[in-house]
Design a protein around this ligand. Sequence first.
Ligand code: C5P
Length: 415
Amino acid sequence: MLEPSLLDKRILLIIGGGIAAYKCLDLIRRLKERGAVVRCVLTRAGAEFVTPLSVSALSGEKVFQDLFDLTDEAEMGHIQLSRDADLVVVAPATADLIAKMATGRADDLASTVLLATDKRVLMAPAMNVRMWQHPATQRNVAQARQDGVLVVGPNEGAMACNEFGPGRMAEPAEILAAIGAALAGPAQSLAGRRIVVTSGPTHEPIDPVRYIANRSSGKQGHAIAIAARDAGAEVVLVSGPVRLDDPPGVTIVHVETAAEMLDAIKQALPADALVMAAAVADWRVARENAQKTKKQAGSGPKPLELTENPDILATIGTSSQMRPQLVVGFAAETENLIENAAAKLKKKGANWIVANDVSPASGVFGGDRNTVKIVSRDGVDALPTLSKAEVASTLVSRIADFFGDDNRHSGGQAG
Ligand code: C5P
């Protein structure tokens, strides 16, 4: 679904009032390139950021702005406008537009169309980080999701208002992929499959206040859980400590340490597939201090004695009883990517290793994009640089292909 053909698909794009509205011009262009028919509703605030002229020039259609524009009502009423689309896209979805959607208000053309439509709605939220994190917005987003609204983004990053955090509108390419997925409908390619996904770092306590951790954000693992859920799988997401919302529609088990993660996975098995995207700490301290370790006047810090954590992937991947049919590991490497991944494939009994370069220059940790190579005994499949959501949906379609061809893969442990 990375380059969806949208030939003759009718998209009604509602452009809200936010600085991210400028990205909609690029979105319209990309939609048109793929053959879509794009009609736009520009809110009063939206028109402060992009002009009706640029929107209509790019879409090649009249721009709809006013609920009480009699000419439009004569030519096409707001009800027809809302129904004459295959998909309604709200981008940027401002806090105000989301609140209107959640509460069913209809006091302008955009909100009236949203209430009147019988089509799926996809929104791309964009707002200041505090506005996004406000409980009212989070309540409204949850309500909108519950009402069936699809959501893409927001991403985390620097914002026009000089703050940093979640609130940036998804990029046009991501919105385009989400539009393609929404129009295709959920391909239930993993229906009836149970998939365990791990995500995030583990925290290994040193004493009651300190721990060993790593920079994993959990974004990739969570995206895989969401993509597997959207493909119809029953998903158990075992997550280390992350600053991400629990994805709806998956069973989530929160853990802290590698030992807890192993236990939670064992509890979640049997499953058809295990995807180990978590960055499990290799070591923990040999003896956790029951009390906070104090500075000793006159003597330097005591060295930390470490001991190895269980290798969860290897434990499950090489177990004759517990091993799911498909075992996928990740290899975050800063050098010798392919060689190290190929070695891991064997050592850990995985079918595939998803190898990614996490050297500081790559910006993978905490970022929204990822460049991965899927290493299997059949060879190396190098994917282009994609958003983590796109990496997830690509991986999930490979998983679906794997199960679509059970015979070839039965007992398909990597050699
Ligand atoms: O050996 P390395 O840590 O690079 O291997 C990465 C893969 O192994 C990941 O899939 C990770 O989830 C898994 N792993 C694990 N248990 C560990 C360390 C890594 O399952 N203790």
